[in-house]
Ligand binder design. Sequence first.
Ligand code: HPA
Length: 278
Amino acid sequence: MKFDNVEEFRAKRSAAVSYIQSETDFQPEYLLILGTGLGQLAEEIDISDTIEYDDIPNFPVSTVESHHGRLIFGHLGNKPVMAMQGRFHYYEGYTMQQIAFPVRVAKALGVQTLVVSNACGGLNPNYRRGDIMLINDHINFLGDNPLIGPNDNELEPRFADMSEPYTERLIETAENVALDLSIKMHKGVYLAVSGPMLETRSEYRYMRQLGADVVGMSTVPEVIAAVHMGLDVLGISVITDECFPDALEPVSIDDVLEAAAMAEPKMTQVIIGVLERL
Ligand code: HPA
C-alpha cells in the first residue's frame, strides 16, 4: 500500500479510525510500540479493549512469529494507552506508509506521545547484552522514510524538523526513574538499517565510526511519522547482542529473544515509572 494522494490517505485513515471507535470508546493519550521479544509489557496493562490488526480496515498484518498482532487499549501507570502488540518492519516488505499508518491512526484517536521499544545490537563497547538504552537521537540508514509522497499540508509540514526527535523532557524523566530504581541505563544514538540480515564486521565498524551506539531494524519510521505530527517521543532500546567487530560471534533469533527477555523487566519498570510521573 502506497498512498497516491492526500484524499486517499485521509479516507483510509478515517476508515481505520471509525472502525476502532465503533469497537471501543477508550481515548488513548499514549501509543506504545513494543519491540521484538518485548511484548510482555502488555501484560501489565489494565486492559479495557483489544482489537486484532486483521479486523482494522487498511491496517497492515504482522508476519513475524515472535509478534502478536493486536491493539490493546487500557491503563498503564495510570495513563490511557494504546499498545501495539506486534509491529511492522521494512524487511517484511511493508511500505514506509504502512509502517507509519498505525501511528497516524493513533494521532487521529487523540494520542499525544509515542513510547517505542526495540531490540538492537550494541556497537558502543561499553554496552553489554541485556543492557537498556534511552534513544536520544537516530541515524536513518533505511534508504527510505514515511514522509516521501503526498503530504497533508493542512495538518503537517512538508519538511519535518528533526532537531529533537526524542523529547528531552521525557528523556530526563526516564533518567530520573532509572536512577531512583537503581537501573543501569545508557543513553545514545540508534542507527536504523533495513535488515533482515545482521551486519558484517566492516559494517559494524563503519556504523560505530559514524557515531551510532546501537543498530536495529525498526523504530525510526514510526518516530519520523510521530515527529512529523508533533507527537512527543520516548524511545528505549534493549541490547540483545554485542556487535564488536574484532570479537564478533554468530547471533541467532533465540539469542536475541533470550536477551530481550532478560532486559524486559528493566524496560517495563522504566516505562511504567515514566508514565506514572507524567
Ligand atoms: N543488527 C541489527 N538489528 C539488530 C541487531 C543487530 O545486530 N540485533 C538485534 N537487532
